[in-house]
Design a protein around this ligand. Structure first.
Ligand SMILES: [Zn+2]
Length: 465
C-alpha cells in the first residue's frame, strides 16, 4: 500500500470517527432539523435514508438494507443483528414526505428545518420524520441503559419508502421479501392517532390518546361513461354523457349511509362512553344494544368523528370532460371517487353491489387503487403495553382504541396477521394536526421529548416480558 493510500485510509477512518462522535452528541431537535432539510418527496428517499442510516450506524445499531434504489430505499436498524433468534418489536416510520405545494403559505421555507421558539418547522416534522427521530433516540437510550444482554426481543426501527403513495415501494416490497422472516415481527408500532385535548364531547379539558388498531380501506374508483349523442349543443338531449354521470353521482350522494358497529368499534364506543360518563356516556358506550338503536343515527350524526367510525365515506374528488368548445357536447364524462370503507371483509363486495344496482349500466366502473384488506389488531398484550407506556408519561390521560380514517403502512402488517398499532406519542394541538400535509407543518421540541420517553417506556415493558 502506497503512502498516499495510507493517508487516504486514515483520513476516511478519522472522518468516520468524527462523524460518529458528532452524531452521538447531537440533540433530537437538531437531527430532525437536518433530516427535514434533506428533501425526500416520495420517489426520492435515498439521500434522507443514507443520512438516517449513518446516524443509526454511529449509534452502534445494526443496519440492514432491504432495497437501495432512489425510489425504493428501505432499511432497518436493530439492536441485534439479523436474523436473530428472537422475535422483533418493530418501530415503523416512513422516509418519504408529500410535496410542499404552496411554499408561500409557510412561515419558514418548507425544507428549511427552521427552529423558532422551540418549534421545528418543515415538511415531515410530524409526518413522519419527527417520529423516526423519537424512535431512534428512544432506542439509543434503551441500548445505553440495557446493552444487548438478557433481551427477550430484538428491537428494530423500520425506515420505509413510498408510504405516501400507497406503500408499493416500501411496506409492500418488504412483505414480499425474505427480510420479513429475518425480522420475525412480534408487533409493529407505527403512525396513527395521537394525544388530543377536548376531543370527547363534554370533556373539554381531558387528554385522550387515540391508538389506531384498524384502518379504513381506501378504494379509488373511476366512473366513466362514453355515449354517442348529438354533438351540437343546440340540440337538447336527456342522455348525454354528462347527464348520465350526474344522475349517478346524485344517487350516490343521496344514498343513506348505513351505520355498522363492528366488534372493534364497539370497544371504542365502550371506552368513549366511560370517559363521557353520565346517561349520554352510557348510551354511547352501549350503542350496539338494540334498545339504543333509535338513538344511533342521532348520536352519530351529531359528531363527525363518530360518524367516521361507523359509516363508509365516498368523496367525489374530480370531474372530467375532454377539452372542447361550449357548444360541443362531450361524449365522455369521468368522475373519480375516493372511498373509505369500514375494515370488515364484507364491506367492499357490498359496496360494489350497491353501486352496480343504483347506477346506469352504461357507466364503466374501474378500481384504480385499493389498500390491503386487513382485520383490526386485537386489543391484547401489545395494545396494553402501549397504553401503559403512554400513561407513564401522561398519567391523567385516557387511552382509547380507534379506527383510523386513512390508510398507512400499518395495514400491510395487519394483513399479514402481525398486530400493528398507530399513535403519535405526544400531545397534538388542533393547529399542529391541521398542518399535516398542509402549510407550516411543525412540532415543538417538547413533543419530541414526550415521544422519546413514551417509546423508551414501551421498550422497557418488552424488556420485562
Ligand atoms: Zn405518514
Amino acid at each position: 500500500m502506497s503512502c498516499y493510500q495510507w493517508i487516504k485510509r486514515l483520513w476516511v477512518l478519522s472522518a468516520v470517527f468524527i462523524h460518529g462522535a458528532f452524531f452521538a452528541q447531537q440533540e433530537p431537535a437538531s437531527v430532525l432539523s437536518s433530516y427535514i432539510r434533506i428533501q425526500s418527496v416520495s420517489g426520492h428517499e435515498k439521500q434522507a435514508a443514507l443520512y438516517m442510516q449513518h446516524l443509526c450506524d454511529s449509534m452502534g445499531l445494526y443496519t440492514s438494507v432491504f432495497s437501495d434504489s432512489d425510489s425504493s430505499y428501505n432499511f432497518c436498524a436493530s439492536l441485534l443483528p439479523l436474523p436473530s433468534s428472537k422475535p422483533s418489536v418493530l418501530l415503523l416510520n416512513h422516509l418519504d414526505v408529500v410535496p410542499a405545494e404552496d411554499p408561500g403559505g409557510w412561515k419558514f421555507p418548507p425544507f428549511s428545518g427552521a427552529v423558532h421558539q422551540d418549534t421545528i418547522y418543515g415538511r415531515g416534522a410530524l409526518d413522519m420524520k419527527g417520529l423516526a427521530v423519537m424512535q431512534l433516540f428512544a432506542l439509543q437510550a434503551f441500548k445505553q441503559t440495557h446493552g444487548n444482554d438478557s433481551l427477550k426481543y430484538n428491537v428494530a426501527i423500520l425506515f420505509l419508502s413510498g408510504e405516501e403513495t400507497g406503500g408499493k415501494n416500501g411496506a409492500a416490497t418488504l412483505m414480499h421479501s425474505e427480510w420479513l422472516s429475518r425480522l420475525n415481527p412480534a408487533v409493529v408500532f407505527g403512525e396513527g392517532g395521537g394525544g388530543l385535548r377536548g376531543a370527547v364531547p363534554g370533556k373539554e379539558n381531558d387528554l385522550c390518546f387515540f391508538v389506531s388498531n384498524a384502518e379504513k380501506k381506501s378504494l379509488w374508483l373511476k366512473l366513466e361513461v362514453n355515449v354517442r349523442s348529438r354533438g351540437h349543443g343546440s340540440v337538447a338531449s336527456v342522455n348525454n354523457a354528462n347527464k348520465i354521470l350526474l344522475r349517478a353521482i346524485d344517487k350516490i350522494e343521496r344514498s343513506e349511509r348505513r351505520i355498522y358497529i363492528d366488534k372493534s368499534t364497539q370497544k371504542t364506543f365502550r371506552e368513549l362512553g366511560k370517559v363521557m360518563g353520565g346517561t349520554r356516556g352510557f348510551i354511547v358506550g352501549h350503542l350496539n344494544w338494540w334498545i339504543f338503536k333509535p338513538f344511533r343515527k342521532k348520536v352519530v350524526s351529531e359528531n363527525e368523528a363518530m360518524a367516521t367510525l361507523v359509516t363508509n365515506s365516498y368523496q367525489l374528488t374530480r370531474l372530467q370532460n375532454p377539452g372542447g368548445s361550449v357548444n360541443q357536447v362531450a361524449q365522455t364524462a369521468t368522475a373519480f371517487y375516493d372511498c373509505r370503507l369500514l375494515p370488515n371483509k364484507s364491506e367492499r363486495p357490498l359496496f360494489m353491489k350497491f353501486l352496480f344496482r343504483i347506477i346506469d349500466p352504461r357507466i364503466k366502473i374501474t378500481v384504480l387503487d385499493e389498500s390491503p384488506e386487513a382485520d383490526p389488531s386485537e386489543l391484547g398484550v401489545h395494545y396494553e403495553a402501549l397504553q401503559k407506556a403512554i400513561l407513564s408519561e401522561f398519567p391523567q390521560a385516557h387511552v382509547l382504541p380507534v379506527l383510523f380514517p386513512a390508510t398507512t403502512d400499518n395495514s400491510y402488517f395487519r394483513q399479514a396477521n402481525i398486530p400493528a398499532y398507530g399513535v403519535l406519542p405526544f400531545v397534538l394541538s388542533p393547529s399542529m394536526m391541521e398542518s399535516v400535509h398542509a402549510g407550516n407543518e411543525r412540532i415543538p421540541v417538547q413533543a419530541l421529548g414526550q415521544g422519546i420517553r413514551v417509546y423508551e417506556a414501551l421498550l422497557n415493558i418488552y424488556l420485562k416480558r
